[in-house]
Unconditional design. Sequence first.
Length: 83
Amino acid sequence: MSDSLCVVSSSQSPRRRYPVEYKRQVVQESMSAGASIARVALAHGINANQLHNWRWQYRRGDFGPISQGPLLLPVQIAAPPVG
């Protein structure tokens, strides 16, 4: 029986690299109303902790400027006239 060490060259990185656009898309999907971070992460094949990190980076501005949603203006609804 021999104990041998398998050496992997440093050029073969086991880490996955994701484009910023992809990260932004997944983060924005996770921030939609009613979305579950765990469910979104599972749907994209990533760990929920990774998605939490991406959300933190997104809020910090690492993925570019945060896009604002549609502009919402305050609206007052008057009671209907009596009579």
